[in-house]
Design a protein around this ligand. Sequence first.
Ligand code: PLP
Length: 309
Amino acid sequence: MTAPQHDIILVDVLSEDAPRIADASEPFLYPDDLGAVRGDGVFETLLVRDGHACNVARHENRFLSSAEMLQLPAPDLDRWRAASGLAVDEWNSRALDRAASDGASADGSVTHRDASMRWVYSRGRESTGLPTGYIMITPAAGAAEARERGVRVMLAERGFELDLGNRAPWALIGAKTLSYAANMAALRYAKEHGFDDVIFTSSEGNLLEGPTSTIILVRGRQLLTPNPGEGVLPGTTQAALFDLAAEQGWECVPAQLTPEDLRTADAVWLVSSVRIAVRVTSLDGEELPSPGVAAEAEFGELCEQALAR
Ligand code: PLP
């Protein structure tokens, strides 16, 4: 047997009577799982911060709607919540163990590292037709560095028009499916060409989203984002941010946007559950002006508060 994977928590959600912790160092999926062989399933990625999952209700709602779009059996939310609780408790208890073995801090408090919790729900085994469900928690690798440094972004054509979702429900626009190979390919292409991230555009040249993030533009006291669901995944971070920002007097505007809007904005951000908010520092090699340290800190703080509620 290989060494236990202390940094991976795995919970098997569906294969027994109740969710149970599984050994992440042991094989888990069957080879005929349709999630593995066809990407036929859905997922959510949640931030675990200070020992708690963040923005849970929005993730649950998107999980339900993604499953419905793929005509998967409706997930039993009580079961997924119980499984999520098990996973987070296990993550926290390992943090305590680590703190004890490292020598606890002077006041006995435990520092929780940010983590990423994925809920994965696939159509399951081709041979049994029973869905597969699991939850995995891993450390949030690289997120803090990305927030610190920002990202150099490349514009990239996505290859479809804004209204594809209306014309072609089978394209599953707006569902968070397990088929992310094209998104990962775009990120690899960007990295090979000296960029850190990508902003996709539609065939008409409108802004869509990043391969794993939602675009937010700051213009004065306005926040703008491409219309949620129009060629993009509706972001849970963007929704939380817009709710809080509107309460604090920002004007929050979903809109059709173009690359020119990126160049003339006060600041451009990519937001998502685990990286939270990273500023776009350049676009296709052209530097974007910094809004200044105070404005950057204000926006970052707003996003963090929005996720903490
Ligand atoms: N768009 C895509 C394609 C994504 O994969 C993600 C997150 O991974 C997002 C947007 C941002 O969504 P959220 O804020 O819910 O993490």
